[in-house]
Design a protein around this ligand. Sequence first.
Ligand SMILES: Cc1cn([C@H]2C[C@H](O)[C@@H](COP(=O)(O)OP(=O)(O)O[C@H]3O[C@@H](C)C(=O)[C@@H](O)[C@H]3O)O2)c(=O)[nH]c1=O
Length: 187
Amino acid sequence: MGNKLTASETALAGVVQIRSQANQDSRGSFSRWFCQQELESFLPGQQIVQVNHSFSRQQGTVRGLHFQLPPFAEYKLVRCIAGRVFDVAVDLRANSVTFLQAVSVELSAEENNMLLIPPGCAHGFQTLTADAQLLYLHSAFYQPQAEAGFRFDDPRLKIEWPLPITSMSERDLQLPVIPQQFHGISL
Ligand SMILES: Cc1cn([C@H]2C[C@H](O)[C@@H](COP(=O)(O)OP(=O)(O)O[C@H]3O[C@@H](C)C(=O)[C@@H](O)[C@H]3O)O2)c(=O)[nH]c1=O
């Protein structure tokens, strides 16, 4: 099979950066994007059941912070297939030692890297270039009734978005801040 994917842990348990080793030759390159066997330890017993794509026109666009609630909480494997993004995962897991901490990773088509975001973590990103595209692999189906989110600028999260915000959805602008009495998502 040959291992083609290398994983590095982040400060949040289960939030893992995955890099893909491309085979280069005179024609260009070939690279593995997903392998159930290689990633089994990070996605235990999971199947990828949906693939989504987003295109963001403007540099500085922010989407997030989004997650699905149990029983539809999901693993998300996020990859930037055009341009560059500042990608963020936020730990919302009850009893996690890193509860309400955020990590960020720059994802780009050039770097060929991905971020794995496990159940109980929220995801968001800001585009660092115009015309950025993201590809998502999901372990659960989209369930509008289980969709949830928090404000990208929640004061407790202290996320330092690198650019001025140029574009956001109405829905994201109306997301709540994390309530003081929020004790986290129990999975
Ligand atoms: C997420 C999603 C949305 N939709 C619909 C709902 C809506 O009418 C339209 C656009 O959806 P949104 O505005 O939620 O798109 P967007 O704000 O880009 O949502 C995405 O944000 C990032 C941060 C994530 O992590 C993704 O999982 C997803 O939540 O597409 C689906 O049909 N399937 C899906 O899986």
